[in-house]
Each structure stands twice: as structure tokens, then as C-alpha cells.
Design a protein around this ligand. Structure first.
Ligand code: ACM
Length: 266
């Protein structure tokens, strides 16, 4: 199976241009699964809730999902992408799994970063694992990396590949994601954006270095910090099902949840 990411620099508010850019970048690629960045179609620094609402979309009928569904069908590629989701009166920072058959799953970011708290509603559901055809796929978004509970829950629910659309600004997240792979024995695909946004009195630099990590924490592919890049590698997703460490150790069976009760309270 071929999996990968599309690292690029979204232009704030220019949805059409961002969609065209993604289409151009993946035109020649062959992959079964590609991950795009968090909020890939809008950019990140929203001035206020009104601006966010004007750029957010409903799922699955919004223009971005329809455009990507067509692309997914043409390319026979499943896509995971980050989008500002409008649902009733709420606005979520969401990740979507789209296969040629349509939207297979949505994850609404649980851990909002910094100013996101004043713009988005936090997700209200436990992270779920979705059927990605031959593999089980989980999703988390950017700052969720800082909370190992998210990837743990996904792995315990059977995720073989965790897709991680991102707009990372803290430099050590990519290294931490190697540990998320290692401690759960899963593949992780972090798709980060590049470039800067300087608007609404905020200036952010995004750290690139999108990456694909295998279940032992090894880096299969890591992109540059500042260039548009599509990275694709061939993997055997079923190697993530094997949780054996030694003849006598299986990482999930060896857990002692009866001694972790403190994790269930704040
Ligand atoms: C982030 O969660 N976008 C840093």
C-alpha cells in the first residue's frame, strides 16, 4: 500500500487557489492514501468568528468535499484533509476521511491550540477508527500530538494508520510523533503546512517537516521545512497489527489499566 502527504503553503482565504494547488501537486502521484494539512483550504489565522464562519463548510455537501471527492475518484486515492466545519450553530476544526465512495469519517479536534479556543468549538466525541478499505484509519489534528491519550485510544480501537493533518508551530512535535508511533506500534502520517501567516495582528511560522513514521518509530520519509513536497512510501499496514515486542511482551496485553484510573479524571 502507498501512503503519503501533501505538504504545501495554503493562501489565507483563497479556497479555489488552494484546491487547484493540491490538485496540481498530486496530479502525477500514485497513492492509496494521501493526507493534507489542517485547515488546508482556508489557511489558519482567522481574524474572528465571523470570518471563520464565512469560510467554514458543511460536511459532506460543501464545495471542498465535493471537489476532493471528484479528485479521489479520478485518482483512486483516499484523502484525509483538515477543514473548518460548520454544523448547526457550531464551528469545528475537523479532519475528514474521504474515499472514492464518499466521506467515511469525521474527527473534530479535541485539544484546541491557543487562539483556536476563541474561534472553534471543541470536539465532543471520542476519537473513532474508520474503514479505509484495506486498512483501519484514525485521525488526530495538530496539537492533539501533545496528548498521548488520543493516539492510544485510536490504536486500542484498532487504527493501523493514524493520519495527523497539522499546522504545527512548535518545533518538537515531529519528534514527539515518533514516540506516538512507537508506543502504539502504528504508522503515523503527519502532514504539516509550510510558510507564514501575518494577519489580524498575529504572525505564525509553520514548521513543515511532514513525515511518515513506521511502528518502531523509524522515519520512512521526512520533508523539508520550507518546500512544497509530496512524500509517498510503500508500507505493509498489517505490520501495525503485530503488538509483540519480545517472546513475553505484547504492548497492549501488558498494560495494567486497573492502575491507570487516575487517567479518567481531570
Ligand atoms: C495547532 O494545533 N494548529 C498548533
Amino acid at each position: 500500500m502507498k501512503i503519503g502527504f501533501v505538504q504545501f503553503c495554503p493562501i489565507f482565504g483563497k479556497k479555489e487557489e488552494n484546491l487547484e494547488r493540491v490538485e496540481k501537486l498530486i496530479r502525477k502521484e500514485e497513492a492509496d492514501l494521501l493526507v493534507l494539512p489542517e485547515l488546508f483550504n482556508t489557511g489558519y489565522v482567522f481574524a474572528n468568528k465571523e470570518e471563520l464562519r464565512s469560510l467554514a463548510e458543511k460536511l459532506p455537501e460543501g464545495e471542498t468535499s465535493r471537489f476532493l471527492l471528484e479528485l479521489s475518484r479520478q485518482k483512486k486515492t483516499s484523502l484525509v484533509f483538515g477543514i473548518a466545519e460548520k454544523a448547526k450553530n457550531k464551528l469545528y476544526n475537523s479532519a475528514v476521511l474521504l474515499t472514492p465512495e464518499g466521506v467515511k469519517g469525521v474527527y473534530r479536534k479535541l485539544h484546541l491550540f491557543d487562539q483556536e479556543k476563541f474561534l472553534f468549538d471543541p470536539g465532543e466525541n471520542e476519537p473513532e477508527v474508520f474503514d479505509g478499505g484495506r486498512v483501519k484509519i484514525g485521525m488526530m489534528i495538530c496539537f492533539d500530538w501533545r496528548f498521548p491519550e488520543v493516539s492510544r485510544v485510536l490504536a486500542l480501537k484498532g487504527a493501523e494508520i493514524i493520519c495527523h493533518p497539522s499546522n504545527l508551530v512548535l518545533s518538537y512535535a515531529q519528534e514527539a510523533m515518533r514516540t506516538r508511533s512507537l508506543e502504539n506500534r502504528v504508522f503515523t502520517i503527519t502532514c504539516n503546512r509550510i510558510g507564514e501567516e501575518d494577519r489580524a495582528k498575529r504572525k505564525l511560522s509553520f514548521t513543515g517537516k511532514s513525515q511518515i513514521i513506521e511502528p518502531e518509530g523509524k522515519i520512512l520519509f521526512r520533508a523539508s521545512q520550507d518546500k512544497e513536497e509530496v512524500g509517498v512510501v510503500e508500507i505493509d499496514p498489517f505490520s501495525a497489527r503485530d503488538k509483540k515486542l519480545t517472546e513475553n511482551n505484547y504492548i497492549f496485553d501488558d498494560r495494567r489499566p486497573e492502575f491507570y484510573k487516575r487517567l479518567l479524571t481531570k
